[in-house]
Design a protein around this ligand. Structure first.
Ligand code: GTP
Length: 357
């Protein structure tokens, strides 16, 4: 089966981490977000994925020179201008000559959904498209999808107040499509799935939806990226796709002594990390080639490849970008994000901020 993976967005909510890397190429506990998505697809019978590229397409193409990842053959559909979600899928269908039922997933959503069940439900319903739904506590921040007992979609309600929301089920960013579902969308034009294609399919009674149980997260914000990373680390994520990937063997359970004085507890330590004496790392993810200088403390945080946490610095509940330097004596706290290759002033305090802002 083929799938289209939407990875062409600007990732503005994750800035400054996405200034020169697309969000799907950021590592999430040892493997990129995209590799986790591809592994999930592969587990559900996808053997070919079309990456719908827009923002920084070369980064993807260079990362997979063999044209394959996680057992999935890759094909690229490159947009010269952003085509929005439906326009991107339409171009991908054309580029890869997709001529049978296919999956579409947002490349920034990590889930343990049973996509095989979604495909089965789609085929049984006989519509042109089926949306996976996930429940949320507060539907007033989302658009909800209203469907009948057979799953046929009736309407979409944008940001309903909690008291009067007809349902708390939202579009989970995973779909099954028949190729004909998109014939209304001209190739090469920006078109929104949510605003145009889905309402039009619903009007023709061709759109179905299915609530999917399981883990689901939109990893497109700093808070959710930190959350999913820690969820994977702590194995709060059920399902084979997210928890079993590489990290299982590399995860450190309990405390380990790195050298005479340093220790890391309940953390993921990537290849090539360097620890000086007397460091204290807990419940954190240190991607490859990170350096933790003496007396530094790292808690509940993600440190991306090649970053340095300087002597006596404290990083807590934050993300430190690729190659960034947290100078000696600095503190980075409360959901802060330090940009790729940022060099902060020595001794600075960053509390709940994005640096540089
Ligand atoms: P923000 O700017 O932070 O909202 O992120 P985004 O630009 O990625 O937008 P959003 O998270 O809403 O997009 C959902 C999914 O669709 C993501 O996987 C995006 O990469 C993808 N996407 C959004 N717009 C486009 C587009 O114009 N073309 C393609 N190919 N993908 C897109």
């Amino acid at each position: 089966m083929k799938a289209v993976v939407l990875v062409g967005g600007f990732g503005s909510r994750l800035r400054p981490l996405t200034i020169d890397v697309p969000k799907q190429m950021i590592p999430v506990v040892g493997v990129t977000m995209l590799e986790r998505v591809l592994c999930h697809l592969s587990n559900h019978g996808v053997d070919e994925a079309v990456l719908a590229l827009g923002y920084l397409p070369d980064v993807f193409q260079e990362a997979f020179p063999s044209g394959e990842s996680m057992g999935v053959k890759l094909c690229y559909s490159v947009e010269n201008e952003p085509l929005d979600t439906a326009g991107a899928v339409r171009l991908a269908v054309d580029t890869a000559n997709i001529d049978s039922t296919f999956l579409v997933v947002n490349g920034d959503i990590l889930s343990s959904f049973d996509l095989s069940r979604l495909v089965k439900f789609h085929k049984k319903g006989g519509g042109l498209a089926t949306i996976a739904l996930t429940p949320v506590e507060d539907p007033s921040r989302f658009g909800v999808v209203v469907s009948d007992s057979k799953g046929r979609v009736h309407s979409f309600v944008e940001k309903p107040p909690v008291e009067s929301a007809p349902t708390n089920l939202i579009n989970a960013g995973a779909y099954v499509f028949e190729p004909e579902a998109l014939t209304m969308a001209p190739v090469g034009q920006p078109i929104s799935m949510e605003r145009l294609v889905f309402p039009e399919l619903a009007r023709h009674r061709e759109l179905f939806a299915l609530e999917m149980p399981g883990y689901w997260i939109d990893a497109g914000t700093p808070a959710s990226l930190l959350r999913v990373s820690l969820d994977i680390l702590n194995r709060n994520v059920k399902g084979p796709d997210l928890s079993a990937l590489r990290s299982a063997t590399e995860m450190l359970d309990g405390s380990i002594s790195i050298n005479s004085l340093a220790f890391a507890r309940d953390s993921y330590i990537g290849d090539g990390c360097v620890f000086e004496d007397d460091v204290d790392v807990r419940n954190s993810i240190l991607e490859s080639d990170v350096t933790i200088c003496s007396k530094a403390i790292v808690r509940d945080s993600v440190i991306l490849p090649g970053a340095v946490v300087g002597e006596g610095a404290l990083v807590d509940s934050s993300i430190v970008g690729h190659g960034a330097v947290v100078p000696a004596g600095s503190t980075v706290l409360n959901g802060s994000v330090v940009s790729r290759y940022a060099e902060l002033a020595p001794g600075c305090q960053v509390v709940g901020e994005r640096m540089p802002s």
